[in-house]
Design a protein around this ligand. Structure first.
Ligand code: GAL
Length: 460
C-alpha cells in the first residue's frame, strides 16, 4: 500500500501568542482578556498565567533554530492583537510590528513557511470593556481594521492567513460556559458571539481580497474545530443525534461559509435565539475561505436525548446540550490522553470524509492535531512513545481519508512546545518539545520521529 503523502504536503507545527510569548506588558503591548482573566482567582489551575509562558518573545532565534532542527517546513503562530493595537483600535504599536517582522524574517531565512492566525483568543481587553467584546456590534469592524494593519505590515512575506481560531471555543467556552476569557455565562451569548465572529472573519477576508490579494498573492481562510460524533447505536434516532451534534459543532460555522446560512437544524431548534444574516451579510460570508482549516482532537459517541436529557454537564455534552438533545459518551476501551480525550484515529478519517461530502470536496488543512501526556525528563531525555503512537494512528487515518478522496493538503502538530494550556495551566504537555523549569527547550522523542516522517514523507 502506498505510504507516502502527496509531494507538496505541508508539514508543520503550531503555537499561539498567549500560550508561548510571555512579555505580557512589555514594549507597549496592551492587556488582553487572557491577561485579565488569569488574574481572577479560581479561573486557572494553580493560578497560573501567560506572563512569561515559554518566553518566546525573547527567544525568536533559538525557537526558529529549534524548528529548523526538527525539520519543520511550516510554522503556524498567532499574532497578539493587543501587541499590535494596544487599545484594540487606533494607535499602532511599532515595537509589536517589529517583533513579528523579526520572527517572520527569521522563518523565511530558514525556509520555514509562516502560517499566521490573526485571532487565537487574546482579545484586547479595551474592546471587552468598551464594546462588549464579541457580543458587540462594533467588533467585526475593529477586527477588520486590525487585520488590515497586519496584511499591510506582513503580507509581503506571509502568504497563508487564518482569520480566527476555533470560533466554537470562543463562543461556547468564553461566552456560554464562562470557563475561558472573558468568562461570561449564558445560553444565548454564544450564538451572538458566533454571529459576530463570522462577520468579523468575512470582513477581514473582504479587506484582504479587495486590497491585498491581487498583489500579495496569498490565501486566507478560517480554522474551525470539531471532534467526531459516532452514533451510539444503529438506531435512526442516534444517527440523527450524531449528525445534529456535528452540525451544532462544525456546521454552525462552516455552513454559512460554504452554503450561505446556518444549518437548518440550528435554525429550527433555536428560533429567534439564533441571529440571522442579512442578504448582504450572507453574500459576504459565503465563499469567504480559501481552504478548510480544521483542528481535530477526539471522538465521542452520540445518543439521542430527546426523552432522556442529561442536565448539567453542558461542556461535557459538547456545547449547549439543552439545545441539541444529544448525550455524549466514550467507550471504556478507548485509550485516553491526559486531557481525558479519547484516542480514536478512525474518527478523524470519518470526520474528514464528512467534511469532504458536506462541503463539496474542499481543500482541507489540519491546522491542529495532537495530544497531552504527563511525561517527564529522564536523564535529559523525554521518551514520549505514546505521542508517537498517537501521531502514527492519526496520520495513517489521514492517509486513508486522502485515498478515500478527501483533499487533505497539510498537517500541523499541536504543539511545537509545551505551553500554557489555557484554564488548565502548565500541567498539560502537548509539545513535541519539553520546556524545562528554566525554560530550556528539549526536543522529545516524537520531535525526532516527526522529523524523520517529514524527511521521508511517509508514516509507517
Ligand atoms: C485547541 C487550541 C489550542 C490548544 C489545543 C489543545 O483548541 O486551539 O490553543 O490549547 O486546543 O487543547
Amino acid at each position: 500500500m502506498e505510504k507516502k503523502f502527496p509531494k507538496d504536503f505541508i508539514w508543520g507545527g503550531a503555537t499561539s501568542s498567549y500560550q508561548i510569548e510571555g512579555a505580557w506588558n512589555e514594549e507597549g503591548k496592551g492587556p488582553s482578556i487572557w491577561d485579565v482573566f488569569t488574574m481572577i482567582p479560581g479561573k486557572v489551575n494553580h493560578f497560573e498565567n501567560g506572563n512569561i509562558a515559554c518566553d518566546h518573545y525573547h527567544r525568536i532565534e533559538e525557537d526558529v533554530a529549534l524548528m529548523k532542527k526538527i525539520g519543520l517546513r511550516a510554522y503556524r503562530f498567532s499574532i497578539s492583537w493587543p501587541r499590535i493595537l494596544p487599545a484594540g483600535r487606533g494607535q499602532v504599536n511599532q515595537k509589536g510590528i517589529d517583533f513579528y517582522n523579526k520572527l517572520i524574517n527569521e522563518l523565511v531565512a530558514n525556509d520555514i513557511t509562516p502560517w499566521v492566525t490573526l485571532y487565537h483568543w487574546d482579545l484586547p481587553a479595551a474592546l471587552e470593556f468598551e464594546i462588549n467584546g464579541w457580543l458587540g456590534e462594533e467588533i467585526s469592524d475593529a477586527f477588520a481594521e486590525y487585520a488590515d494593519v497586519c496584511f499591510a505590515a506582513f503580507g509581503d512575506r506571509v502568504k497563508n492567513w487564518i482569520t480566527i481560531n476555533e470560533s466554537w471555543v470562543v463562543a461556547i467556552l468564553g461566552y456560554g460556559l464562562g470557563v475561558f476569557a472573558p468568562g461570561k455565562k449564558s445560553m444565548d451569548y454564544p450564538y451572538q458571539a458566533g454571529h459576530n465572529l463570522l462577520k468579523a472573519h468575512a470582513k477581514a477576508v473582504a479587506t484582504y481580497r479587495q486590497k491585498y490579494q491581487s498583489t500579495q498573492h496569498g490565501r486566507i481562510g478560517i480554522t474551525n474545530n470539531c471532534d467526531w460524533r459516532e452514533p451510539l447505536t444503529e438506531s435512526p434516532a442516534d444517527k440523527a443525534a450524531a449528525e445534529r451534534a456535528l452540525e451544532f459543532f462544525l456546521a454552525w460555522f462552516a455552513d454559512p461559509i460554504y452554503k450561505g446560512d446556518y444549518p437548518p437544524c440550528m435554525k429550527e431548534r433555536l428560533g429567534s435565539r439564533l441571529p440571522s444574516f442579512t442578504a448582504a451579510e450572507k453574500n459576504m460570508i459565503k465563499g469567504s475561505s480559501d481552504f478548510f482549516g480544521l483542528n481535530h482532537y477526539t471522538t465521542m459517541y452520540a445518543a439521542d436525548a430527546t426523552h432522556n436529557r442529561e442536565k448539567g454537564s453542558v461542556y461535557g455534552n459538547g456545547g449547549l446540550s439543552e439545545d441539541q438533545d444529544v448525550n455524549l459518551s466514550v467507550s471504556p476501551d478507548w485509550k485516553m490522553t491526559s486531557m481525558q480525550w479519547a484516542i480514536v484515529p478512525w474518527g478523524c478519517k470519518k470526520l474528514l470524509m464528512w467534511i469532504d461530502a458536506r462541503y463539496d470536496h474542499p481543500e482541507i488543512i489540519i491546522t491542529e492535531n495532537g495530544c497531552a501526556f504527563n511525561e517527564s525528563l529522564v536523564e535529559g531525555k523525554v521518551d514520549d512513545h505514546e505521542r508517537i503512537q498517537f501521531f502514527q494512528g492519526y496520520l495513517a487515518a489521514i492517509q486513508e481519508a486522502i485515498r478515500g478522496g478527501a483533499d487533505v493538503k497539510g498537517y500541523f502538530i499541536w504543539s511545537l512546545m509545551d505551553n500554557f494550556e489555557w484554564a488548565l495551566g502548565y500541567d498539560k504537555r502537548f509539545g513535541i518539545t519539553y520546556i524545562d523549569q528554566d525554560l530550556t527547550r528539549i526536543p522529545k522523542a516524537s520531535a525526532w520521529w516527526y522529523a524523520s516522517v517529514i524527511e521521508q514523507n511517509e508514516v509507517i
